[in-house]
Design a binder for this molecule. Structure first.
Ligand code: R5P
Length: 301
């Protein structure tokens, strides 16, 4: 199917997905120029003609989240201003979702402010993948009814099914929040067992993981989390699970931010595989969320 009047545009952290989505949809891949002025300000120019077109704009808010936010807001507003008939924003990785509360007096509740900026735009829908939802259970309360939170876990599970035997396997979430992803992964793998560990965060880079009384001796393990950022959580989870005598460990996440030395620290533990999606491009982005995005967007075309 060729979608003549639909253009897919990718921002500086979304072009790879824009390409994949345009192929799956049979839509035109458009072009945008994004650059920085010498003083650090952002310059945007929509090169493709978007007038009277349905425009799907894809950009993740990582790396350099603050720059990506400005780029994304300016681009979306410009697309509408240039006369697009429908504007669909795809933000595969939503930044600041972990700062969803005033943990200490005087702090900014960043995700609440960011959602207000998105709500101020005249766009028809926003799609994101596995936004970090801990205390906020319903993101439409922040972003409004046009907000769709999709999951990349099904694509991760498909990849695992295709490449590995899942016999004698338990799915583990490294903390209680990760139960939502462990549950989906276990279901997608045919209803296998799943459980979660307990995590205490000491600092931005340091966590303590407790395994409770789980029995994973001689089992194969798939760990699933939403984000690997500094790698602290995943590293401690792998170490704890190894101590319990597990056999092989596959570590997976949706958003492989892999900041600082996360990739190195994880490789040193020699998991059987390290798998992330392409919401953020990284050396472990082996699974594309493009099919998930396309399936949902088709309902809005
Ligand atoms: C936190 O609650 C998230 O679900 C992840 O576990 C966390 O963001 C991972 O961060 P890091 O890799 O820095 O431990």
């Amino acid at each position: 199917m060729i979608m003549k009047d639909t253009i897919v545009l990718g921002g500086s952290s979304g072009f790879h997905l824009a390409y994949r989505v345009s192929k799956l949809l049979g839509a035109t891949l458009g072009d945008i120029e994004v650059k920085s002025f010498p003083d650090g300000e952002t310059y945007i120019r929509i090169i493709s003609d978007v007038k009277d077109k349905t425009v799907i704009y894809i950009n993740s808010l990582q790396p350099s989240p603050n720059d990506k936010i400005i780029e994304t807001l300016y681009t979306l507003e410009t697309i509408r201003d240039l006369g697009a008939s429908k504007v669909l924003a795809v933000i595969p990785y939503m930044a600041y979702a972990r700062q969803d509360e005033r943990f200490n007096p005087g702090e900014a509740v960043s995700i609440s402010i960011l959602s207000k900026l998105f709500r101020a735009l005249d766009i028809d829908a926003i799609y994101t993948i596995d936004m970090h939802l801990h205390r906020i259970r319903d993101p439409t309360k922040l972003f409004g009814a046009k907000f769709h939170n999709l999951t990349g876990v099904r694509e991760l599970a498909k990849y695992i099914k295709k490449n590995y035997s899942i016999e004698n396997t338990v799915v583990i979430g490294p903390d209680e929040e990760a139960e939502q992803w462990a549950k989906i992964m276990a279901e997608e793998l045919g209803g296998i067992e799943y459980t979660v560990l307990e995590k205490k965060r000491i600092s931005a880079e340091e966590v303590i993981i407790e395994t409770r009384d789980i029995n994973v001796k001689d089992k194969n393990i798939i760990i699933v989390d939403d984000i690997i950022s500094t790698g602290g959580t995943m590293v401690e989870a792998i170490k704890a699970i190894k101590k319990l005598g597990a056999k092989e460990i596959i570590a997976t996440c949706i958003h492989p931010l892999l900041v600082n030395k996360a990739y190195y620290k994880l490789l040193k533990l020699e998991p059987k595989d390290l798998i992330g999606t392409d919401t953020v491009l990284s050396p472990i982005s082996k699974v594309s969320v493009a099919p998930t995005i396309v399936e949902e967007i088709k309902k809005n075309l």
